[in-house]
Design a protein around this ligand. Structure first.
Ligand code: A3P
Length: 320
């Protein structure tokens, strides 16, 4: 078939071979710059495939994020909101991150994942400008979670270290020092970077289409989880009834998706290894706090990254 994985993959191999590349200590995951954003080589195929074959339905909901900004927390919350009265998921100890696929990355490891999806709920790390046209053209809803850039970088740094320790083919690699990784992040050459451009694409979309694109921050979600769970439920078209509020359903969802709870779930034997991907599920729950950058970044690093954030975000009018 014209749209088969093989045909599309041939077509894109050529395109991918012409893209700007970046030196990386991990040759199998060489980064390429595609339409302004940096992705590991092997994800580009997934991205290309999605843009050709993915057909969004108007009832679909997409959870979008830059990596390490709270994707899995948002997955858990949206999943719990959507399935709160669905018997199929009631009492399940399956991790939401296994049920809600991150389309382009999970696809790389398991191409059938999108055929087998159980719910109209998907996640993606693609910037708004690279979403499959069918998503942009449809009436589906998009939730974007964003996080303070220093904390995002620090979370990414620790995640990368964990990857190096757990993934067999990366174990012997001497990776970049912190200074280099930091510089790359600031220059936009990190996974799905530039961070600031990624955020900007969704911020603009949320201003243009407020009924379709809901923009929230990790920090807001942390400071008022219950309030945002209610807002999310409303945005998703599943507001809590008076009866549910009286039964503390929103509060129960907050507890069910707490950092501690998700971490314990991810440590259950049946959830330990991820069905799609390289890394254990528990690696997605490290600390879950605001301001951990204070334990890693130097004063100079803070100064330079804050300046970039100010330059890039001032005009958008939002703050962390
Ligand atoms: P830290 O590394 O700072 O701990 P992602 O899901 O996009 O990969 O983001 C991972 C980050 O979200 C990690 O940050 C992780 O601890 C944090 N996180 C995951 N679940 C959370 C929760 N329920 N509450 C708060 N933070 C959470």
């Amino acid at each position: 078939a014209e749209n088969s994985k093989e045909v599309i993959s041939m077509k894109y191999k050529e395109i991918i071979s012409t893209l700007p590349k970046r030196d990386t200590p991990y040759p199998p995951y060489e980064f390429c710059q595609y339409k302004g954003f940096w992705f590991p080589f092997n994800f580009l195929e997934g991205i290309a495939f999605l843009s050709e074959v993915f057909k969004a339905d108007s009832s679909d909901i997409f959870l979008c994020s830059f990596p390490k900004t709270g994707t899995n927390w948002l997955k858990a919350l949206a999943f719990s909101i959507m399935t709160r009265s669905d018997q199929r998921f009631y009492g399940s100890t399956k991790l939401p991150q296994e049920i809600v696929p991150t389309m382009e990355t999970d696809y790389v490891f398991n191409p059938t994942i999108l055929d087998a999806h159980e719910l109209p709920l998907f996640a993606t790390h693609l910037p708004y400008s690279l979403l499959p046209q069918s998503i942009l053209d449809s009436d589906c809803k998009i939730v974007y979670i964003c996080r303070e850039p220093k904390d995002t970088f620090v979370s990414l740094w620790h995640f990368t270290k964990t990857l190096e320790k757990t993934v067999e083919e990366l174990k012997d690699i001497r990776s970049n020092p912190l200074e280099q990784e930091f510089e790359d992040f600031c220059e936009g050459k990190s996974f799905c970077g530039p961070f600031w451009d990624h955020v900007t694409t969704y911020w603009k979309a949320s201003v243009d289409r407020p009924n379709r694109v809901f923009f929230l921050t990790y920090e807001d979600l942390k400071s008022d989880t219950l309030g945002y769970v209610k807002k999310l439920a409303e945005f998703m078209g599943k507001p809590f009834s008076h009866y549910e509020e009286a039964q503390d359903v929103p509060e129960k969802i907050v507890t069910r998706c707490s950092f501690q709870n998700l971490k314990s779930l991810s440590n259950l034997e049946e959830n330990k290894t991820r069905s799609a991907g390289l890394i254990n599920n528990s690696s997605f729950f490290r600390k879950g706090e605001i301001g951990d950058w204070k334990n890693l970044l130097t004063e100079d690093m803070v100064k330079s990254i804050d300046q970039i954030t100010q330059e890039k975000f001032q005009c958008l009018g939002f703050d962390f």
